[in-house]
Design a protein around this ligand. Structure first.
Ligand code: UT7
Length: 331
């Protein structure tokens, strides 16, 4: 019997309308368009405005688009996984909210938290469900409403992140396409450098935690930068090597959009030229678990069946990894 593989058979995405430009940030913190552009590559990011608007709003919009494009019957969806660190609430899972809102009433659904690596962790989990033969249709979402946990008086973090969500549909195939290999890693000692201190069970919300501004992203940027450059590049090179992928037969690098300099370093390490590197950091900034599915969403029309893609990410935890995907369809 032929091996069952998990093919990506559709992509959906959503970014909010409001555009927060570097120019507007100049009016909020001591920074400049020149500094942000040269240090990160970001020109603008999207922000989800309005009362009671959680990350589910973006997840629902992305999955509705996916359903419309693929014409999948939502009742046939077996599982919905939502990778996010900005869930609507601690519980219930945001994936539950999304599944019900899109009519996936026969699905089981849960959230995964692996920060910026969340989507590739969730993609590999969803792919394993398909490969096992147990499930036939899995929706994997990656998205974050980073504006809900940013301190807009802290110029070292508020300039980097934005809001957005993307998703894919996974279905079985016996062709040699889909999610073909993955290397996923984590290192809990990275907690020191990138975290949100309060709001969990260790430091529940209190007057002190709020006054201490502990409900915001804390990042030691240059330390994270060093880990990110090394680990994202190493894991991508290891994955490429063990699958006999070279600069000639890799069509696309799909890197987490944290910093253009980290992306360039990863591309250089794998020997991939600029035109083969997916990039939208200038328009969306770092949407955490949203970056990779939003790249697939933006570039979908350029992808051809049989293209070799390396998806690579690094983020809080630390978590990092790379996934080898052979594209399964022509748009
Ligand atoms: O996605 C999850 C994982 N996260 C990442 O991968 C992020 C990794 N880190 C980075 O991308 C970069 O470290 C940053 C973009 C966060 C910062 O860039 P950097 O080149 O590492 O700058 P730095 O933190 O070393 O700061 C350099 C200088 C400092 O001033 P002094 O001490 O040299 O006088 C900062 O205070 O730049 C200053 N600075 C700013 N200046 C203008 C920091 N933020 C800003 C700002 N505008 N927004």
């Amino acid at each position: 019997m032929n091996k069952i593989r998990a093919a990506i058979t559709g992509v959906g995405g959503y970014v909010p309308d409001y555009i927060l430009t570097n120019k507007e940030l100049e009016t909020m913190v001591e920074t400049s368009d020149e500094w942000i552009t040269s240090r990160t590559g970001i020109k603008e990011r999207r922000i989800l405005k309005g009362e009671n608007q959680g990350v589910s709003v973006m997840g629902i919009a992305a999955v509705k688009e996916l359903i419309a494009k693929t014409k999948v019957d939502p009742k046939e969806i077996d599982c919905v996984i939502f990778a996010t660190v900005t869930a609507d609430m601690t519980f219930p899972a945001t994936a539950n909210i999304v599944a019900t809102a899109v009519g996936a009433t026969n699905a089981f659904s849960f959230d995964m938290g692996a920060a910026c690596s969340g989507f590739i962790y969730a993609l590999n989990t969803g792919a394993s469900y398909i490969q096992s033969g147990m499930y036939k249709k899995v929706v994997v979402i990656g998205g974050d409403k980073m504006s809900s946990i940013l301190d807009y008086t802290d110029r070292t973090t508020c300039i980097i992140f934005g809001d957005g969500a993307g998703c894919v549909l996974l279905e079985p195939t016996t062709e040699e396409v889909g999610v073909l290999d993955a290397i996923l890693r984590s290192d809990g000692s990275g907690e020191t450098y990138l975290h949100m201190k309060a709001g969990g069970s260790r430091i529940p919300a209190s007057r002190e935690s709020i006054e201490g501004r502990q409900h915001f992203v804390y990042q030691e940027g240059s330390a994270v930068f060093k880990f990110a450059v090394t680990n994202m590049a190493d894991v991508s090179a290891e994955l490429a090597e063990r699958n006999n992928l070279t600069k000639e037969n890799i069509q696309w690098l799909v890197p987490h959009q944290a910093n253009k300099r980290i992306i360039d370093a990863t591309a250089n390490r794998v020997g991939i030229s600029e035109e083969k590197v997916m990039m939208n950091i200038e328009r969306y900034g770092n949407t955490t678990a949203g970056t990779i599915p939003l790249l697939l969403w933006d570039y979908e029309k350029k992808l051809k069946k049989g293209d070799n893609l390396i998806l690579a990410a690094f983020g809080g935890g630390f978590t990092w990894g790379a996934v080898y995907v052979k594209w399964a369809y022509n748009s």
